[in-house]
Design a protein around this ligand. Structure first.
Ligand code: XIL
Length: 353
């Protein structure tokens, strides 16, 4: 009886008789091959889970703190800035040659109670805004490649002619607070990409079209006033069983953003399955199909430079029970992972910088 070469070697050299199943290429590699970046949000708690930390290391080329760099965590006591948790995440990223995004300098949520009170007092000092931006961006100078400077400042439902959110920042300092934040960030780190970040910019649903129109006006105004904003962050919180995605509509919106001279970053992508059928396989298939359509449209726009999912595994998602991320709670790849991988593989390559 003749032995095959592999069987002979396996018998004599104790090699595995069957070849190990090749691990699929990580999302960060598939993205980088096209000149794109892929990453995910992360928390210190996620890094304390060895299996999850390992998966993040394998898959992500970019990290963003889910909450550790928000003002409610950083400045619990007025004037006492504690970046320790965000520094740990930045250190992890740097140790593994991963890019690091900052999120979020100016937001109407996740603020410390004292700040809400001071902003609501008569004639608040704009230094409450600009000093914090300067301190935070300065602290991470050279370590954060991209900042969400202002987050979710648009809300047409608040009824303002300019479509801005009636937030504590707007009430304290007027619409100019956005410009002031971006100028302070640019002065503190001229090399960092500065991003305006928002949600509800993905579909032709009427409320999203309203938001798209306001965002385009906001971005055009930045350009007219010389406000140093470099890119639009589109959060990308998608729902597989609600709303309608229209690739042509989304590509036209992205084209208008790019025509104003902005880059595009998909900053918080997840695909919720709430409202879907009981059959998990059917839900997973629908999530993957939407993700692929969404990313094909997003990546067809040359100005799109990165895709970030708001977590890597359903184990840590903020959308509990909606299974919105590429890996399940046991860190198995889901159809959604394969859809993202396929979208990167199909994406037109970006010109090398
Ligand atoms: C969310 C986090 O995921 C939650 O853990 C936290 O409780 C609230 O904030 N848009 C944003 C993110 O810009 O900062 C939000 O993150 C999700 C919506």
């Amino acid at each position: 009886m003749t032995l095959s070469r592999r069987t002979f070697l396996a018998a004599t050299l104790a090699l595995p008789a069957t070849p190990p199943i090749a691990e699929p290429l990580p999302l960060r590699v598939l993205a980088r091959r096209k000149g794109l970046a892929y990453g995910c949000c992360v928390t210190c708690g996620a890094l304390d889970q060895p299996d999850l930390a390992q998966a993040i290391l394998r898959e992500a080329g970019l990290l963003v703190p889910e909450w550790e760099a928000k003002r409610g965590r950083v400045e619990k006591r007025r004037g006492h800035l504690d970046f320790s948790a965000a520094d740990r995440l930045a250190g992890f990223a740097a140790a593994h040659a991963m890019a690091f995004r900052g999120h979020a300098l100016v937001w109407h949520l996740s603020n410390p109670a004292w700040l809400e009170e001071v902003l609501a007092a008569p004639a608040p000092d704009r230094a409450l805004l600009t000093d914090y931006v300067t301190a935070a961006v300065g602290h991470f100078r050279g370590r954060v490649s991209s900042w969400d400077v202002v987050n979710e400042a648009v809300e047409p439902k608040d009824g303002r002619p300019d479509g801005l959110r009636d937030s504590p920042w707007l009430r304290a300092f007027g619409p100019g607070y956005l410009d002031a934040a971006f100028h302070a960030a640019r002065a503190a780190d001229p090399a960092a990409e500065l991003v305006y970040n928002d949600y509800g910019l993905d579909t032709p649903d009427a409320w999203q079209q309203d938001r798209q129109r306001v965002v385009l006006r906001l971005l055009a105004g930045f350009r007219a006033r010389g406000v140093p904003c470099d890119a639009l962050g589109i959060q990308g919180h998608l729902k597989a069983f609600s709303g309608t995605f229209d690739a042509g509509h989304f590509r036209r919106f992205l084209g208008e953003v790019a025509a104003l001279g902005y880059g595009v970053v998909i900053t918080e992508m997840d695909v919720a399955d709430e409202g879907g059928p009981a059959d998990a396989v059917a839900r997973g298939r629908a999530q993957a199909a939407l993700a692929r359509r969404y990313l094909d449209a997003a990546l067809a726009e040359p100005a799109t430079r990165a895709v970030v999912t708001w977590g890597l595994s359903d184990r840590t998602t903020w959308l509990k029970g909606q299974h919105p991320l590429p890996f399940d709670e046991s860190l198995h790849r889901k159809p959604l992972w394969h859809a993202i991988a396929a979208a990167f593989a199909a994406a037109p390559p970006r010109p090398r910088k």
